[in-house]
Write a protein that binds this ligand. Structure first.
Ligand code: NAD
Length: 363
């Protein structure tokens, strides 16, 4: 099993190093090779996604990605900015399905801005379409408005569009994921206003006929945004388009209160994937040894489950993370009164110890 390790910028190298140590502790036949990406790759090779890095990612069974970006690159031309590396990898690897679990661990309910009873035990999965929708639809641009009340005025426009195969494949991902969970899919749309999302609703309903064991409900995106803060535990799997998914997955992440805990996966049609924490490169704390590595470690667990067919190994990592939380160890972002504050390395040490069966020591 070949894994491309792309640490990236900011806290990326620190948190990925811990995930790699955790993977090694499993003693599986994993071949791991590292390459620069993002700002680090721009510094070394003049491009955020050099040919050599892309080749490594293409040849691997899965990619473990840290984070990219730093404000110091904000003035670079768009195609050279670190974030372009993620878009390039998604495009070249055909990653169309973004899976973002939002799980609220019992020990961390206080970190949520919602009442503990609303989030305790929360476990939802957002499946976001990643390569279509208004973010990529053509035509787009600026022009002189050809008609309407403001004809003749400068205007900008984008195009929202989805084809049947694009909707079908993301719907299959959602229904199949639901089969491994509570067997309920909520398809989020804006079918009351948008033609694109009436079509989305129709196609998802058709695909559902192949999954009679899974319950399907449809919800408008404005209602879904409300329900996520009112009764989030009523959801199991949410499937939606690129733009609605972008917004709702960040809202769901915040329900757990701790972005440093949330993994994510982006999959192609054959379950090859890129795995990364949901947070960014956190330049404000980079190099200080205080970043929470658990989102990246849990991303490695998702990688074992979805791309490498090693569900037992994934369970071992997830159990180890729960044991470490139960033992009271916390990085600064999830620390609270009565728990023990640890750094990135110590958190990694504790997870490795929990996996190898050694005692977790508080330091
Ligand atoms: P961010 O997620 O990097 O940071 C937001 C806040 O959360 C910061 O205060 C940070 O210190 C904290 N934080 C994030 N991860 C943490 C962790 N593991 N442990 C403890 N605290 C953590 O978002 P931002 O500040 O908006 O963006 C910073 C840079 O990251 C930008 O250049 C942005 O473009 C980039 N970014 C990259 C990705 C990615 O690589 N996928 C995603 C989002 C943002």
């Amino acid at each position: 099993m070949k894994i491309a390790i792309l640490p990236g910028d900011g806290i990326g190298p620190e948190i990925v190093a811990e995930a790699v140590r955790v993977l090694r502790a499993l003693e599986l036949p994993l071949e791991m090779e590292t390459a620069p990406v993002g700002g680090a790759a721009y510094e070394a090779h003049g491009h955020p996604l050099p040919e050599s890095t892309l080749k490594l990612a293409q040849a691997a069974d899965a990619v473990l990605f840290g984070a990219v970006g730093d404000w110091k690159y904000d003035k670079l031309e768009r195609h050279l900015r670190p974030e372009q590396a993620i878009l390039g990898l998604r495009k070249h690897l055909g990653l169309f399905a973004n899976l973002r679990p939002a799980i609220c661990y019992p020990q961390l309910t206080h970190a949520s801005s919602l009442k503990p009873e609303l989030v305790a035990g929360l476990d939802i999965l957002i499946v976001r379409e990643l390569t279509g929708d208004i973010y990529f639809g053509q035509p787009r641009g600026r022009r002189t408005a050809p008609d309407g009340a403001f004809a003749g005025a400068p205007e900008a426009f984008d195009t929202m569009r989805y084809s049947r195969p694009e909707i079908e494949r993301i719907a299959h991902v959602a229904f199949q994921a639901a089969r491994k969970r509570a067997k309920k899919v909520t398809s989020v749309d804006k079918a009351n206003v948008l033609e694109t999302f009436q079509f989305w609703k129709d196609v998802v309903t058709e695909v559902h006929a192949q999954y009679p064991d899974v319950q399907l409900e449809h919800m408008y995106v404005d209602n879904a945004a409300m329900q996520l803060v009112k009764a989030p535990k009523a959801f199991d799997v949410i499937v939606t388009g690129n733009m609605f998914g972008d917004i709702l997955s960040d809202e769901a992440a915040m329900l757990t209160g701790s972005i440093g805990m949330l993994p994510s996966a982006s999959l192609d049609a054959n379950n090859k994937g890129l795995y990364e924490p949901s947070h960014g490169s956190a330049p404000d704390i980079a190099g200080k040894g205080v970043a929470n590595p658990l989102a990246t470690i849990l991303s490695a667990a998702m990688m074992l489950r979805y791309s490498l067919a090693q569900p037992e190994a994934a369970d071992r990592i997830e159990r180890a993370v729960q044991a470490v939380l139960a033992a009271g160890l916390r990085t600064g972002d999830i620390w609270s009164e009565g728990t023990t504050r640890v750094g990135t390395r110590e958190m990694g040490d504790a997870v490795v110890a929990a996996i190898t069966g050694k005692t977790i020591t508080k330091s």
